[in-house]
Design a protein around this ligand. Sequence first.
Ligand SMILES: Cc1cc2nc3c(=O)[nH]c(=O)nc-3n(C[C@H](O)[C@H](O)[C@H](O)COP(=O)(O)OP(=O)(O)OC[C@H]3O[C@@H](n4cnc5c(N)ncnc54)[C@H](O)[C@@H]3O)c2cc1C
Length: 492
Amino acid sequence: MPNPITKKILQELQAVVGLPYVLTGDVDLSVYECDAETLDVARPDCVVLPANTEQVAKIVKIANKYQIPFSPRGAGTGLSGGATTIMGGISLVLTRLNKILKIDENQKIAVVQVGVTNVSVSEAAHPFELYFAPDPSSQLASTIGGNIAENAGGPHCLKYGMTTNHVLGMTVVLPDGAIVYLGGRTRPNQGLDLLGAFIGSEGTLGIVTEATLNLVPRPQAVETMVSYFSSVEDAGQCVADIIAHGVVPAAMELIDGPTLNAVEDAFAMGLLRSARALLIVELDGPRTGITVHKEIVEACSHKNKVMELHWAEDLVTRAKIWKARKSAFAAYGRIAPHAYVLDGVIPRSKLAEMLRRIGSIAEKYQLTIANVCHAGDGNMHPCILFHRDNADELRRVMLAGREILNACVEFGGTLSGEHGIGIEKVSEMPELFSDSDLKAMASFREAFNPDGICNPGKVLPAVKNCGESGMRALLRYSIVDSSASLIAKGAF
Ligand SMILES: Cc1cc2nc3c(=O)[nH]c(=O)nc-3n(C[C@H](O)[C@H](O)[C@H](O)COP(=O)(O)OP(=O)(O)OC[C@H]3O[C@@H](n4cnc5c(N)ncnc54)[C@H](O)[C@@H]3O)c2cc1C
């Protein structure tokens, strides 16, 4: 069991960051009890908000001295429960590390503290015609630290790559409090590639405090198309055909009929309600190349019986097209108060088949499931819409979610494209990885996090020394347990 946080420990933490930055009140703690994955709720014992790397290192040393678990946290927009303090302890919030330290126009890099939001890096680089390419839909709120920990993606990562492709180096506080620099650009880039191992490790190997980021020049031209199809099969085939013709668009996003109608209900944007799929294709690069690619995209659309297609003629229309995609999650709020957003990946060619499977899972469990997909790379976000107070519905949500993830693995895909494993998908990991695979990952984690106090219980199923025994009672497990008995009785 994790040790309790005594008055003496609180005083030591306050001495590091100052009295206002150690929170222990009930209302304060409730703000940090989960991230945007609201099925797993566990309150921290205290919240600590450091202002710089040295303070982070001192807090981690105190946590080590008293063997208190701690979980790094950015903006808390994560969708897999990664920042949730499932064993209590300290929620270590990095949002006060909010300075852009340098934009170097010549080297095309930004050096930032990790509590800055994703979008603020691109805003700071804008005067130099540069930007930070990874663009999660949460970019107005999510932090660079959270993006690094989750290896976040976004619509434009199809062409430009994920966060890992744009981080050159970073300062990290290891789980024992040591401060190290990983990667290159401001230091020699030799030795073991620990930078790669840390990006996407979901806060289980240490706390990133500063990062050197790659900036990309703004493209000469951008063309954005919205098109409508009478079936997701046709839209899915259009996506496959475009790629097969050697065109890699900057982004290729698909939303299904229920999502399209939810967005139209909420924002009245003039979308074609009778369509069963809406596809956005964005091309960017040198003007001459784009003209050729536009013709290919149009030809593929017509071959797949497109109902209507429009190219944005100005910035306002382009912004409106993207609003249809980026406001989808907000629009779901009109259908149900809670959404369980899944993040499976499947081979692009199986998109339509997988959407059909999701439809039959929705029918089986009598649930509403709407879909948004980064169609270009097969990353799907089925959103199960529900009411958390309805216990029976909640059980069905959990079962349907599990069945969708298993189907992704069955289709030759994987459990997560960009939202991470966190606590949400930890029990599915053995579906994808062998015992030896999991053991190798656990040994690596143990080398950096031997006491298991740095973000415990995340990513990997329980292994020795992981300290799992102190896990708080999570709704997820009570639901899964009672569901198992329902399945045994043949309820589904
Ligand atoms: C509406 C909405 C849309 C979204 N769209 C996308 C999308 O398009 N693409 C995408 O990839 N994700 C998306 N997400 C998920 C989420 O925004 C990302 O995972 C994001 O990277 C999380 O950043 P955060 O600052 O909120 O991190 P948090 O949620 O606070 O933390 C996420 C994880 O990172 C760890 N962590 C945080 N900071 C640090 C640090 N400094 N050092 C080490 N570990 C740290 C935490 O322990 C946790 O495991 C979306 C979420 C929402 C709510």
